[in-house]
Unconditional design. Sequence first.
Length: 122
Amino acid sequence: MRRLLDESISHRIAEPLRAAGHDVVHVEDLSMLGASDLAVLERAAAEDLTLVTADTDFGTLLALSGATQPSVIQFRRESHRPEQQLQFLLTGTAQLEESCSQGCVVTVTDRRIRIRSLPIQP
């Protein structure tokens, strides 16, 4: 799974992910810091990247648009510490590969992981 880290995710976790063999790019690497959520979402869709974010606006944009791509992994944890996000991205995403390849929004909280297929139906 190729991933795009949104600016709400620390750039510091990109390198350990790459070192572990993950295909990952941060919006900063694409000169997209400060870009609109829509622009980031469009870039992820165009390049077949799963967007990783702590911003819940992306799920709303996907729901309103009826889009089927890109997939989004959104952290909604009480603690948004980069170390916890890195650990999840290193170990917890293997079981999400199939869902993400078909289009989904994955919500990660301290207690559970919820997967909603795209397009999101009202």
